[in-house]
Each structure stands twice: as C-alpha cells, then as structure tokens.
Design a protein around this ligand. Sequence first.
Ligand SMILES: C[S@@+](CC[C@H](N)C(=O)[O-])C[C@H]1O[C@@H](n2cnc3c(N)ncnc32)[C@H](O)[C@@H]1O
Length: 202
Amino acid sequence: MDPKKLVREGYDAVSQRYRGDDGRSPYPYDDYLAELVPLLAPGDPVLDLGCGCGLPVAGALAADYEVTGVDISPVQVERARRLVPDARFLCADMGSLEVPEAHFAAVVSFYALIHVPVEEHAGILAKIRRWLRPGGHLLAIVGAEHLEEVADEYLGAPMYWSHADAATYRTWLDEAGFERCWDRFVPEGDSGHTLVLARRRR
Ligand SMILES: C[S@@+](CC[C@H](N)C(=O)[O-])C[C@H]1O[C@@H](n2cnc3c(N)ncnc32)[C@H](O)[C@@H]1O
C-alpha cells in the first residue's frame, strides 16, 4: 500500500463530492480564518498546504493576500486554478515540497496533514517553520487522537488517514521552534480534530 498514491488517487476521484464548485462545507472555515486575519497585513504571502479545490479557504484569502496553494491531487489543483484564478497553485507532496525559506507570513493547512503518514509530521512542521518569516503564523487542523486507518470507501473511493494525538503535536511544535499560541478541540461526529495556532520564534 502506497499511502500517498492512495490519497492522491482518492482525492482525484472524490474531489467534486468532497467540495462542489460553490465551496459550501459543513466546516466553519470563516471561524478558523478569523483567528488568522488580524495577524496579517494586506498583500502578505500565505501558503495553503493541502488546499483541495481552493474553496473556500484560498478563495477567501486571495482577495487580500498573495496565496500559494499546494495539493498532491492533480484534479484538486486543476479545479483550484479554475475556481480561484487570483491565487497560484502547485501540484506537489507537502512532504517533499520546496518553497522559499522565511518567506510566508502564514501557513494554513486544514484537514490535510491528517492524510500524510504520521512519521513525516514532525519533519513537515520543522519545514513549515523554516518557510515562515520569523513571527509568522501556522494555523492548522491536526489530529486530536492517534489514528492510522485505511478505508475501502470514503465518498466512493479508498482513503487513508494518519495522525498523532494533540499532546504529541504540542511536543513536535515546541521541538520545531514554534511558540504555541493556543489549540482547541474541533468536534466532528463522535470524534474530532485539533485546531492549532502557533508562531515561528524569532
Ligand atoms: C480533506 S481535503 C481538505 C482540503 C482543504 N484543505 C479544505 O479544508 O477544504 C485534504 C486535501 O489534502 C490533500 N493532501 C493530502 N495529502 C497531501 C500531501 N502529502 N501533500 C499535499 N496535499 C495533500 C488532498 O489531496 C486533499 O485535497
């Protein structure tokens, strides 16, 4: 089983069923972004890791900021380029992504790291820290409990999830050189995730 191939092909297949072209979603992205926007200045560069089809997050941010979205799924990236023409999109694996260091005022990543093999998460957090300007912010959805799961059927295609628990992310953020601002549990059905805001130490 190649988890990245499974996730890439999974989101290629379920892209429209996961999020239609109207960008409507059950998740409160406006609430998430309201935590970040006061920390940004107009025109700031923002990186959206695992940006999906670009809606609603990259679309909302592109009005005021210089947005780069990255996704492993070619179908998601093709839709994002069409749906959010004011942002730039790259088709890449966040685990091997190369972008300029100390460039971004913020990195956002919602419900995407949870699809990356957990053994890569600490390293990806360390890379995110390097991509941020000193004082720049990371706003991300990460795991709340440890999970390693392959599903035969998620919206009509096989899918893979992998994440650690909230305490482990706190440790990894500290080790990567972040100052943790806060984290909170985001319920979803009978489980949930962790929303975290952290700042690159100067
Ligand atoms: C649940 S969707 C969330 C999309 C978007 N962040 C949102 O909240 O609407 C997860 C996205 O992460 C992408 N993804 C998963 N693993 C990735 C990886 N290793 N590198 C880049 N993108 C990845 C998937 O292709 C998918 O589009």
